[in-house]
Design a binder for this molecule. Sequence first.
Ligand code: NDP
Length: 293
Amino acid sequence: MKLIEGAPIAEAVYQECLASFEELKAAGHLPGLAVVLVGDDPASRAYVGSKERKCQELGMHSVKIEKSADTTQEELHAVIDELNADESIHGILVQLPLPKHLNEDEVILRIDPAKDVDGLHPINLGKLAMDDPTGFAPCTPSGCQRMLIESGIETSGQNVVIVGRSLLVGKSLALLMMGKGAGGNATVTVAHSRTRDLKAVTSEADILVAAIGIPKFIGPDHVKEGAVVIDVGINRIEDPTAKRGSRLVGDVDFEAVAEKCSAITPVPGGVGKMTIAMLMANTIRACRMKVGM
Ligand code: NDP
């Protein structure tokens, strides 16, 4: 069984980012990312912190905008409008989920699609569906695809089953993997909570992706012998033996499934490492596109 770790693959992405970054810098351009955080959800704050740190490590221009949990829709739109107009900002990411009273779709629609490095604007999702490479694909699904490519796992003609149909992960990954580019050309099935006999469906998968949000949901009975398993899930569970009293687990029961599959991603240390790497890559590409390089 091969362990597909995120760190070395993310590092390869960062090396590409650095090379591109140096070229931009030499031509007098500095890529800039703005991250908008609304409210004080600790997980969101931690994600935003790591995005900011990575920008700084790469030497990119980074701006963090923090708004209180009672920010209105209009106030948030005004923030986006300002960032859209800011020449020093090439990528805008609004950390989701937003507090319940805010309409996420309206906020995403407000972002200039050329700065939508999270790839959730309808223009970018449309480009993804059209196999148009000028768009931005959402970071987590592109990270999953990149892991498969870098690990030398053939996707063309393979049966891929994705459990989870969110726009952020499952549905976008389905579009990527049925696309005609590298890491694509797969026969994709998307399963969800209404899928009948899920185990029968997932057992057909050459490549099984779990993006569900339920700790250790995928067990050995879901997995075909020799399958590749990509675990997108990040769930915090209580663990009195852990230092913090809790630990992170995926949507896959790693120990039980690992012995059945040919390759598997761990949690933590798997897909999670890729999301920020792809965000940096998208931001640098947004800058290149803006300056025509
Ligand atoms: P969502 O809650 O938006 O979607 C979960 C999906 O799982 C839904 O489509 C849902 O079906 C499906 N589902 C729920 N229960 C079942 C079930 N019993 N059987 C089959 N399908 C089921 O979650 P996200 O897509 O945003 O995230 C999924 C996981 O990935 C989470 O653990 C999240 O933390 C993690 N994540 C990790 C990232 C990373 O960087 N590694 C980034 C983003 C997310 P239905 O649509 O019918 O409700």
